[in-house]
Design a protein around this ligand. Structure first.
Ligand code: GRF
Length: 195
């Protein structure tokens, strides 16, 4: 079995990245985490990746000023240098241009802390609570140029409890994220061959 080479793009603590790294330790997992790339120097997740012997790269977007495409060309150069097949966005806090998204069409996925299409964007837990939602959750989806809009791969619903705060709800949603992201990556990294 040839394992797909995966890059995980992060900006912060990287707990979803860690869940992918753990899953990829199983010998029958169809993907290996070949690169963890951060746009934030010193992001917490980088140390965890290094501790697991995974190659890391930092492409600091502030070095490129307002030139998003120059930043993305630098990201793309890293992805090519590491011969990446699939890109997983995991708390990567940069909006991507159609140029980079088009390069990875069908091979770039993202995790979002809501049941899309509900609550695109930020502060999803507080917004769900403010609406009196009874069900919330997490979604893994393909990345398309529109924010949080691509085809859904996997979702897990999380019930909202009467005494939930954004923090308690967010903790349970994060646990769901850690379950569905490795499973969604398994699904898209698995090659189905006709016998
Ligand atoms: C997660 O809630 C993810 O859904 C969102 O950003 C957060 C990243 O958390 N896109 P972590 O860095 O994976 O811990």
């Amino acid at each position: 079995m040839s394992r797909k080479r995966v890059a995980v793009l992060i900006s912060g603590r990287g707990s979803n990245m860690a869940a992918l790294v753990e899953a990829a330790k199983a010998p029958d997992y169809p993907a290996e985490i070949a690169l963890v790339l951060s746009n934030v120097p010193g992001a917490g997740g980088l140390a965890l990746a290094e501790a697991n012997g995974i190659a890391t790269a930092t492409v600091d977007h502030t070095r490129f000023g307002k030139d998003r495409e120059a930043f993305e060309r630098a990201v793309q150069a890293e992805l090519e240098a590491h011969r990446i097949d699939i890109v997983c966005l995991a708390g990567f806090l940069r909006i991507l241009t159609p140029w980079l998204v088009a390069k990875w069409e069908g091979q770039m996925i993202n995790i979002h802390p809501s049941l899309l299409p509900a609550y695109k964007g930020l502060d999803t837990h507080a917004r769900a609570l403010a609406d009196g939602a009874t069900t919330h959750g997490a979604t893994v989806h393909f990345v398309v140029p529109d924010l949080d809009a691509g085809p859904v791969i996997l979702q897990e619903a999380v019930p909202v409890l009467a005494d939930d705060t954004a923090e308690t709800l967010g903790r349970r949603v994060l646990a769901a994220e850690h379950r569905i992201y490795p499973e969604a990556l398994r699904m898209i990294a698995t090659e189905y061959r006709l016998a």
